[in-house]
Write a protein that binds this ligand. Structure first.
Ligand code: ZN
Ligand code: ZN
Length: 326
């Protein structure tokens, strides 16, 4: 049961539009910044009718039309964050659509998401799972775009007017945001920090769920680096893309770090009992063949790369077994 009513007021000029659940394939939270002559959005949500209707009716309650949209900032180019942009741009002509320069290839050509999702790696490692078509069409010849469509959260393409990088600033109504590049979950993921308002728009890196990560998106090491960056910030509120507003920022950052580091520890523990292949390891950490395929494969690969670079594990090239360094 939903006990909230959209739009949710955070400040008099900042509202949140929340989906019924924080989990895929539901939409990401949409944040709406208001000033006298228009609104700006941080993410726009899924391109499903339900999600677009939720956005339009919340804007209507606030007294705005989609024509009033001045700026759209995208945390990253994933369908639950930017799928609705095609629908919005058919009605609105914002002065700018902004995302990180490293997300540009995926926004321009969503078919390229297979690379940041590391789907070729999942297919290569497929012998680790059952080898047949799995839930959601996962398996050989997996079609990521069709997967998004099947779950009602299609990806679309957009040509942003402006790209940003770490250290840039973005002004949205009365908010002065510093751009933080926070990879791990996607190569050009950004989080926005306003030191005066003491808020962080975290995107997917903090929230009700720990986002999956892939080597091509920055991996476990990149994700941890992103969390370390946010840990240094003075803030009262974290506004995540999935789930409720967070008031204890230190605790949230620590909890997310712990969950990621816990996997490192668990892999080391599993290897203490003897060398193991990737196939053996993935079955220990991920239950179903579908999850083993994605996101299990890129998550495990991310940790193995991290542990190898730290000199804690090695792979025997003849047996393909991974073993601990003593
Ligand atoms: Zn995402
Ligand atoms: Zn997301």
């Amino acid at each position: 049961m939903n006990k909230y009513k959209n739009p949710i007021s955070i400040f008099h000029d900042l509202k949140m539009i929340k989906p019924p659940s924080p989990y895929w394939p539901e939409s990401a939270n949409v944040y709406v910044f208001e000033d006298e002559d228009g609104i700006s959005l941080f993410d726009v949500g899924c391109g499903s009718m339900a999600s677009a209707d939720r956005l339009f009716s919340a804007l209507k309650i606030l007294g705005w039309k989609s024509k009033s949209i001045k700026k759209i900032i995208l945390s990253h180019a994933h369908p639950d964050h930017m799928g609705a942009i095609e629908i919005l741009l058919s009605e609105a002509s914002p002065e700018s659509v902004i995302l990180h320069e490293r997300e540009l290839p995926y926004a321009l050509d969503p078919e390229r998401l297979v690379f940041s999702f590391d789907i070729p790696l999942c297919e290569k490692r497929l012998t680790a799972v059952s080898g047949q078509d799995l839930e959601g069409g996962k398996g050989p010849d997996f079609d990521l775009s069709a997967f998004f469509r099947a779950y009602g959260c299609s990806m679309c393409h957009v040509e942003p007017d402006k790209t940003v990088t770490e250290g840039d600033s973005i002004q949205v109504s009365d908010y002065h945001f510093e751009v933080f590049h926070t990879p791990g979950h996607s190569p050009g993921h950004i989080s926005l920090y306003d030191p005066h308002k003491r808020i962080l728009l975290a995107g997917d890196i903090l929230g009700d769920v720990v986002a999956w990560y892939t080597p091509s998106s920055g991996g476990a090491a990149g994700y941890l680096g992103s969390l370390e960056k946010t840990d240094t910030l003075d803030m009262d509120l974290i506004l995540p893309s999935h789930g409720d507003i967070i008031t204890d920022s230190k605790k949230a950052v620590q909890k997310t770090m712990d969950k990621i580091l816990e996997k490192d520890r668990a892999i080391m523990e599993a290897l203490q009992t003897g060398p193991k292949t990737f196939e053996e390891l993935i079955k220990i950490f991920f239950d179903t063949p579908s999850i083993q395929f994605f996101p299990g494969t890129p998550i495990l690969e991310s940790h193995l790369q991290k542990l190898k670079s730290e000199g804690k594990i090695k792979e025997n090239t003849h047996t393909s077994k991974i073993y601990c360094m003593r």
